[in-house]
Design a protein around this ligand. Structure first.
Ligand code: ATP
Ligand code: MG
Length: 414
């Protein structure tokens, strides 16, 4: 991609009312635009990052048998009444609206109810189970406080997968598999070392649910981490009974603040009972389907990565989610233009994503933009370097500028 073709611009300042670091940086770098508190547009570079986060999650969900679909955001009231969640006192984050004829609709905050109803058209026998539909979808929640940028949106992206199983044993086996898939997701996103599978309250069908909590000083959750066992306990279930059942003592735990980046939840037959989703088992008996739900917030993850890996110069993307691997800075006229154009074409042909700064801007402006945007490697082409047969190679973090020959450069970037 050529910077001259991007309509976005970087900025030295963020809107005065924006208090979160991730949103300030993402706005300044031109990745997102703020519409209002908790509501952001994804601009071209931001959409690339969001898509990369989504792609990692999609690969891991497909690998465990997920079926991707896309459900509507406009929701009929009756399915939510059936489960008791239409009531604003039960679900306090509803956005509701009306059809022209006056009937009420909701903007989906989650999708258990409508999906359970939809699956009635497809599940009737044990032969139809298990199944694992999932989606990436914008959810709407009228969050009371929305001061954490992308980490708590009123409109945000969610990956939600739902499992439909014959019995508890089949459910439990899948629950373990998706838990391992979540570990792979966070490892691939560069968050493996600071993300802990956390025991949390489980509702009425399981003793616990599990949250995936990433350590962060701006987190809204308090957890107790056991570094040796690589697990944690949410403060809501932090008590002697839980500690005993896990074979852990208080002095082995460290109190931390964290952000919930995902969760896995046993639903039992709560929604299948409410909406009559039953199947006929091998023995001819009609039984309710056993369900689970499994969320990840791609936009929250993006905000967290932006916030966590940033420094005083701007964003610092891990390579897997960076909008490009290389920021190519061109300094000079004809000779530099021809040389940089050609390097850009070669790298793109080799499958290396390049953001090519082909603008007539001062070198200092280009360097500052490369840093603010957080692209992992900066490569500089100039008349002086061309004459020496060299390229400047500058990692965004963890190393100084080195001078490389063309072969050394191509080697590094492969
Ligand atoms: P929280 O306790 O932080 O409000 P939640 O328990 O309401 O989260 P879920 O309903 O389980 O979250 O949603 C699944 C996932 O969606 C969460 O793990 C989180 O990653 C993400 N998520 C939830 N609410 C938001 C939000 N307002 N903005 C961005 N991501 C969110
Ligand atoms: Mg919530």
């Amino acid at each position: 991609m050529r910077v001259s073709q991007l309509f976005t611009k970087t900025s030295k300042t963020a809107p005065g009312d924006e208090v979160s670091k991730n949103a300030q940086l993402l706005i300044r770098a031109g990745f997102i635009h703020k519409e209002m508190a908790g509501v952001y547009d994804y601009l071209p570079l931001g959409k690339i990052v969001l898509n990369k986060v989504i792609d990692v999650i999609r690969e891991e969900m497909d690998a465990i048998g997920g079926n991707e679909l896309s459900l509507t955001a406009l929701q009929q009231k009756d399915v939510w009444e059936a489960s008791g969640r239409w009531d604003d006192k039960v679900m306090d984050v509803w956005f509701k609206t009306k059809l022209a004829n006056g009937s009420e609709l909701g903007l989906a905050p989650t999708h258990e109810e409508p999906l359970t109803k939809l699956m009635k058209s497809f599940i009737s026998s044990y032969k139809d189970l298990p199944v694992y539909p999932y989606q990436f979808q914008i959810k709407f929640r009228n969050e009371l406080r929305s001061k954490s940028g992308l980490m708590r949106g009123r409109e945000f992206w969610m990956k939600d997968l739902y499992s439909f199983s014959r019995d508890q044993a089949e459910h439990d086996a899948f629950y373990e598999r998706i838990s391992e898939a979540y570990d792979r997701v966070y490892a691939r996103l560069g968050l493996g070392d600071i993300t802990f599978k956390t025991f949390a309250s489980g509702g009425s069908f399981a003793k616990y649910s599990h949250e995936f909590q990433t350590l962060s000083s701006v987190g809204e959750d308090k957890i107790y981490v056991h570094k040796g066992k690589n697990i944690a306990i949410n403060e809501e279930v932090y008590n002697d009974e839980v500690l005993a059942s896990l074979g852990i003592t208080k002095d082995e735990l460290v109190e931390e603040t964290a952000v919930e980046v995902g969760n896995i939840f046993t639903l039992g037959t709560k929604y299948s009972d409410a909406l009559n989703l039953n199947f006929t088992d091998e023995d001819g008996v009609s039984k309710p389907v056993v369900m689970g739900s499994y969320g990840i917030g791609p936009s929250r993850v993006m905000g967290l990565i932006a916030e966590h890996f940033s420094d005083d110069k701007g964003l610092v993307w891990p390579e897997n989610v960076a909008p490009a691997k290389v920021y190519l800075v061109r300094i000079g006229a004809e000779q530099a233009i021809a040389h940089a154009d050609e390097l850009y074409d070669e790298l793109m042909a080799k499958g290396v994503d390049v953001l090519y700064d082909d603008r007539d801007e001062r070198p200092g402006t280009k360097f500052a933009d490369a840093e603010l945007m957080g692209i992992p490697y900066r490569v500089t082409v100039s008349d002086r370097l061309i004459e020496a047969g060299q390229y400047e190679f500058t990692p965004r973090t963890g190393g100084d500028t080195t001078l490389l020959t063309r072969d050394e450069l191509l080697d590094k970037l492969n």
